[in-house]
Write a protein that binds this ligand. Sequence first.
Ligand SMILES: [Zn+2]
Ligand SMILES: [Zn+2]
Length: 420
Amino acid sequence: MWKHVALLGVVAHLGDKRAAILVEAHRDRTHDEWLRRDEFDMEAFPDLERFESGLGRVCREARKLTIVDADRLVRIGTGDHGEKSEQCDGGTHESEFEFQIRIWQKFRMRTSPQYSRRRFLITSGAALCSTSLFAAESEPVFDIHQHTKYLARTDEDLLAHQRTMGVSRTLLLPAGTPVSRDSTHLGKSNGLAAGCGGNETVVAIAKAHPTEYYFGANEVTDLENAEGEIERYLKMGAKIIGEQKFGVPCDSPESERLYHLAEQYNVPVILHFQHERYNLGIERFDKVLAKFPKVNFIGHAQTFWANVDANPANQTVLYPKGPITPGGLTDRLLRDFPNMYGDLSAGSGLNALTRDEEHTRAFFERHQDKLMFGSDCADAVGVGTECTGAGILEAVRRLAPSKAIERKLLWENACRLFRV
Ligand SMILES: [Zn+2]
Ligand SMILES: [Zn+2]
């Protein structure tokens, strides 16, 4: 009956000398199954190995199949992590995430009649063997918001993070030149206030992975040569200007120079709105949208998402909680201006999606052509509660009113906007 199997992940169980695995079936943890090593069908290991060797021929679009090395699991389980093991025995497995980057990969496989009889599949039953899970894994995701060198993350970890999240296209947003002036808060906001890499670093990754990574062009808004620097990278094929995250009014003459440049090169601009910190004056942004009707603007960050609520808390509350009254400033900008888009990334995006889920379903419906998935997280794991991007993906998949809308948010809107 079920043609496909999708395992979302396997995680080492640290709390057991006889190593076990967690088979993660759904991102909300329903149908997760812990299987002790001695409960796991021993024959499955050689089968998996055989399967991998035939993977390229059997299922061409399949991701890499990860084989959990039993010896390594045992080593982890009996290694230096005795304290964590206790925690795991108590039923939580948060502490295992640090190991996931080494042993966790998404994979999927086509079942054979022989394979589907394996006990570990049967144990998890329908959850594992659903075609919809297979579909979720095989459907592409576009991440419009990531950074290089993010809180010192290595390029290798960035690439692995994106793969683990199941992202096939990533837009890398560079920082501006490190300088000490008011707009960088005397240097505190250099590197997008998170150690992020500049223009050269994003170009390097995009060149090395041309079908998976795209790059933006950026500079400190009020540096004299901001236009020249950004234009140099637009000529090289930058897909966007930003992330603009500097202490200037969003309608400053210096910002407007860059909006003109965006119009000239037909690329969007992404703005980090944060009260009294970056791109000040969101309440006047409607004038910018009206003045630059040919420029697509993407709103991002705390003040953009807090103002989804018609009764926002005090603007100093950057992550407001609780029910949302529809019709806030952000809601209206998205409704009234065809050139206003929303980036769902970061803790601010995730907070806006999860604080009032009923609101989110309707919000997705209203702005289904305007919202785009972004992760903007600095972790190396790409999965679980430590990864904001994984949380946002989960929320979009769970709350999108239809499959068609989910696909727009995770893929189609970004492909259209960036013309790829
Ligand atoms: Zn940001
Ligand atoms: Zn992440």
